[in-house]
Design a protein around this ligand. Structure first.
Ligand code: ADP
Ligand code: MG
Length: 302
């Protein structure tokens, strides 16, 4: 898994060399004519409708419909194998890289169908970045890890790159810890620092959305706290979707929570992931409407 995620990260960035046309709308935050402050908040970033996701003939997830909003942190929770990662990867077409994976239904990003003909998955992944469970720095210097994406996108001006690297590392709350050793290998960082480096690498290409798949599961509580602080700090500029198995984390950082579960069909002996309940995080944890959500958030299941 580790190796394949490393490959996916590298492949995603390498693919950006192909300057494929895209019909995706430009996110408001990147429009030069529209100041960020004029960006209406509460806009729908993603709208999935009746999305089912298959791995070959296995239907891993069935009928997921949910809206994800700008400048919010949306948490995906639920027992292992219920499809959280599968749905998350559908939001930036990372599943395209999994042989046999197929998406049915509609996934809209800022009103445009993410899976429509003419939409470049490479452009999608540049706009919608991903941070993996296990920190996966490239075997390069700290500086080169962060400068990697911008360079591939054609930025070779040393001064510009210096600025991007500093801004991204500051954005990922790592600058002060590494500013005197930017030439050192990214592989020499602690787990928490390495994960913040991966976040900086993601921020360096100015994404619109950051997807995080259990980004703290390999980290100690202090490093976890640092990542959570960071998420709260950057959410005014980005939209974040985070998969977490840690329910306290969901309550601490997220605005909305989606609870997924596994639906078993005894007769056909099949199982599939479903979205059970989605709402404001306080409602999901304090006043769940579905008995399955209640059982899960009170620790009686999963
Ligand atoms: P979660 O992230 O909630 O633990 P996943 O999205 O990883 O769940 O998995 C959902 C289901 O899809 C599981 O039954 C899992 O075994 C299956 N699955 C995940 N990835 C693949 C894959 N690459 N090929 C086949 N099945 C997969
Ligand atoms: Mg997962």
């Amino acid at each position: 898994m580790e190796q394949s995620e490393q490959n996916v990260a590298a492949q995603t960035e390498t693919e950006t060399q192909t300057q494929t046309q895209t019909r995706l709308p430009k996110p408001a935050a990147l429009e030069e004519t529209l100041p960020v402050s004029a960006t209406p908040t509460g806009a729908e970033i993603f709208k999935t409708q009746n999305v089912s996701i298959y791995y070959s003939s296995f239907r891993a997830v069935t009928d997921v419909s949910l809206d994800i909003y700008e400048n919010e942190i949306t948490a995906f929770i639920g027992p292992s194998g219920c499809g959280k990662t599968t749905v998350l990867r559908t939001l930036n077409r990372m599943n395209d890289l999994v042989p046999g994976a197929r998406v049915e239904g509609d996934v809209k990003y800022r009103g445009e169908s993410l899976y429509a003909k003419g939409v470049s998955p490479i452009a999608v992944r540049r706009r919608i970045g991903m941070v993996f469970q296990k920190p996966n720095p490239f075997p390069k210097s700290i500086y080169d890890n962060v400068a990697y994406g911008p360079r591939i996108n054609g930025e070779h001006n040393k001064k510009k790159l210096d600025e991007i690297v500093e801004k991204s590392l500051r954005g990922a709350a790592l600058w002060d810890e590494v500013k005197d050793r930017l030439k050192n290998s990214g592989l020499g960082l602690s787990g928490g620092q390495a994960q913040r480096l991966c976040i900086a690498r993601t921020l360096a290409v100015e994404p619109d959305v950051v997807l995080m798949d259990e980004p703290c599961s390999a980290l100690d509580p202090i490093a976890t706290g640092a990542i959570e602080d960071l998420m709260r700090e950057i959410k005014s500029q980005y939209t974040i979707v985070i998969v977490t198995h840690n329910m306290q984390q969901a309550t601490r950082v997220s605005d909305r929570t989606a609870f997924y579960s596994v639906l078993r069909d005894e007769k056909s002996d099949t199982r599939t992931g479903v979205l059970v309940e989605y709402g404001p995080t306080t409602q999901i944890f304090e006043d769940p409407h579905d008995s399955r959500t209640q059982a899960y958030v009170t620790g009686r299941m999963g």
